[in-house]
Design a protein around this ligand. Structure first.
Ligand SMILES: [Zn+2]
Ligand SMILES: [Zn+2]
Length: 357
């Protein structure tokens, strides 16, 4: 019976080597593990989402221990529970927290957000300062690294950025998806007057529209939900229903950003891109999609995959008050109610759901 309770505390991996090893470990556990060594975490394992008690992370090398205060549920978390990325462990990659311990004294005790990709540090990409694309990277709550839906997490200290005093936790928790929106500005030339369409009125599409709006471009946000589009109007963003795209689009857009999360949205995004324009892809699908490549070839359309961005830019936008993220908040739950919170986040019409620790 004792072994079962230890197993539920996340030591599954220690229990696979036969009875003799189990007993040795069990004794070591009794000697070493006080209650302070455990924490609550929302995990996805063996096809199940559940709140469990697991060992507190022990940071190694250049890693810091961060006490999570607030985390955001992203569509990627919902996709993982549907099988995307084959991830098992603690979910979550959008967070704000406080550094409890780490190799950099300057950060200890400070409020931080954290870039989610941790590179190997040795490959050509890491050496060139690009751990985001390291082939051997781990990604917080997505690839090989436990995430932020827990009381504590560990990340390399280089990934952490202090949050300016004027930025509240409920704003800072948006930095990761906001940085993903900023990434587009590092990939495509968008300036005053550039004709741009953003497709998708969900969380990411809304953030992208708010970021691109800061450039003074000629922007339209397309979506299928009038009530979600209405949230963008106070930010000065022109909106249109997707069903009306043919009437609204005219000769098409120089830049189209696809953030609908649906293969049908991709087809529509391509149709809206003018010849020699750029189509930025933000949606990830767990399966192949069909696309008319002839159109891309003949009209010389640039297809641009776009994922994570630089956190510094996103923090600057929040600190300057250039982007207001708070209209996108739907509900806040306690971590203990994390399973319910995930179900809420998956409901149609719901935008950002937060977990407080
Ligand atoms: Zn995300
Ligand atoms: Zn690397």
């Amino acid at each position: 019976m004792k072994l079962v309770s230890l197993q539920s505390r996340g030591y599954r991996a220690s229990l696979v080597c036969g009875m003799f090893d189990d007993v040795i470990w069990y004794q070591a556990g009794l000697l070493m593990a006080g209650d302070n060594d455990f924490m609550k975490a929302l995990q996805y394992r063996n096809g199940r989402l559940e709140l469990g008690e697991v060992g507190r992370p022990s940071p190694g090398g250049r890693e810091a221990l961060v006490r999570v205060t607030l985390a955001g549920i992203c569509n990627t978390d919902l996709e993982i529970v549907r099988g995307y990325a084959g991830f098992e462990g603690t979910l979550g990659h959008e967070f704000v927290g406080v550094v409890e311990a780490g190799p950099d004294d300057g950060l200890t005790g400070r409020r931080v957000v954290g870039e989610i990709n941790a590179g190997c540090g040795e490959c050509d990409l890491c050496q060139a300062g690009d751990p985001r694309h390291c082939r051997r990277r781990t990604v917080l709550g997505i690839v090989g690294r436990d995430g932020a839906f827990a009381e504590y997490l560990r990340l390399p200290v280089e990934n952490l950025l202090p949050v300016p005093d004027g930025v509240a936790d409920r704003q800072a928790v948006f930095v990761e998806p906001l940085a993903a929106a900023c990434e587009i500005l590092d990939q495509v030339m968008i300036g005053a007057g550039t004709r741009v369409a953003v497709l998708g009125d969900g969380k990411l599409g809304q953030l992208i529209a708010r970021v691109l709006r800061t450039t003074g471009c000629d922007l339209t946000l397309f979506g299928r939900h009038a009530e979600k589009l209405a949230l963008a109007a106070p930010a000065g963003i022109r909106t249109a229903l997707s069903s009306a795209w043919r009437e609204v689009s005219g000769d098409g857009y120089e830049v189209v950003v696809e953030a609908t999360g649906s293969p049908a949205g991709l087809e529509m995004a391509l149709a809206m891109t003018r010849p020699c324009g750029a189509l930025v892809l933000k949606s990830t699908f767990h399966g192949p999609v069909t696309i008319d490549t002839s159109r891309i070839v003949v009209d010389e359309i640039r297809l641009i995959g776009s994922r994570c961005g630089r956190f510094a830019h996103a923090l600057d936008l929040l600190a300057a008050g250039a982007v207001d993220v708070t209209p996108l908040l739907s509900r806040q739950y306690r971590l203990a109610d994390g399973v319910e919170a995930m179900a809420e986040a998956a409901r149609p019409g719901v935008l950002k759901v937060l977990l407080e620790m």
